[in-house]
Write a protein that binds this ligand. Structure first.
Ligand SMILES: Nc1ncnc2c1ncn2[C@@H]1O[C@H](COP(=O)(O)OP(=O)(O)OP(=O)(O)O)[C@@H](O)[C@H]1O
Ligand SMILES: [Mg+2]
Length: 263
């Protein structure tokens, strides 16, 4: 596995509406690893992902693939990393295939004229996400979960070394949640992808991550392996719930959250 640094945040802060929502964040992500960022609502996870997408202003420095983002043009950034936002903006009236095909546009010049290979790659990803039967459907007519899978498909079509996913499974049923996460895990192995994601579901987060980070109140409170991070103490402190954790031989952690005692 590649051991280079894929992404590095140094003293990165984000201020929104006069509030510091990300406070001097420092972390580096090794090439080929999967970092899962967790934290309660409002912790700053989306803001952190947006610093990579380049859709929010920040202080401090971010390096993507060795270069400071300040010196990287947006088309070049889109060749290095693909982003699945928590709330994607979907162009109205577009069909599934054409939307996913847009993932190829950063690989082209100013005018986007997709090749046969671009179309084939797009069809392949849609097929792997079981969206082959949806290609001609208008995006406006899809269910929340179907649409979310199409947005993931578009990011995979972009075929970048780094994939950034902000709550990619929030609208998905259990089966599709695992399907999307397992597909990303497979692609990660096939293409030595670096994956940086947020995931709300503590039960699955520790099964896919190889590094985890907890954000709370805009601050990084702990990072390390799933076994180091996903402890009942940390979960109680930052989520206020009781949890049992189970560490498997491969280091993955399964979390079971228990209902609070009834009076
Ligand atoms: N444009 C804005 N103006 C003011 N505050 C903002 C703005 N955007 C986000 N915030 C605040 O920044 C904080 C961090 O938001 P962020 O979306 O990064 O949290 P999050 O960890 O992704 O939460 P969630 O789990 O709900 O997705 C929140 O308190 C949010 O209300
Ligand atoms: Mg968020």
């Amino acid at each position: 596995m590649e051991q280079s640094v894929a992404v590095e945040w140094s003293d990165v802060s984000v201020v929104l509406g006069g509030r510091t929502v990300l406070d001097r964040f420092n972390l580096s992500v090794t090439g080929g690893s999967w970092l899962v960022v967790i934290g309660p609502n409002g912790a700053g996870k989306t803001s952190l992902m947006r610093t990579l997408a380049g859709t929010v202003g920040h202080t401090g420095t971010i390096r993507i693939g060795g270069d400071e983002t300040g010196g990287v043009q947006s088309a070049e950034r889109a060749r290095r990393l693909a982003v699945v936002p928590q709330h994607p903006v979907i162009p109205p009236g577009m069909n599934v295939f054409d939307y996913a095909l847009l993932g190829r546009s950063p690989h082209q010049g100013l005018r986007f004229s997709p090749s046969e290979r671009d179309r084939r790659q797009t069809a392949e990803v849609l097929h792997r996400l079981e969206l082959g039967g949806f290609t001609a459907r208008n995006l406006d007519t899809l269910s929340g979960g179907e649409r979310q899978r199409v947005v993931v498909a578009r990011a995979l079509v972009q075929d970048t070394p780094i994939l950034v996913l902000d709550e990619p499974t929030s609208f998905l049923d259990l089966g599709h949640q695992l399907e999307v996460l397992e597909l990303i895990a497979d692609l990660r192995t096939e293409r030595s992808l670096t994956v940086i994601s947020t995931l709300h579901d503590l039960a699955t987060a520790g099964q896919f991550a190889d590094r985890m980070a907890v954000l709370d109140g805009g601050r990084l409170v702990i990072h390390g392996t799933p076994a180091e991070v996903m402890t009942p103490g940390i979960i109680a402190r930052h989520w206020g719930v009781h949890a049992d954790t189970d560490v498997d031989a491969d280091g993955s952690v399964t979390v079971t959250v228990r209902r609070r005692q009834q009076a």
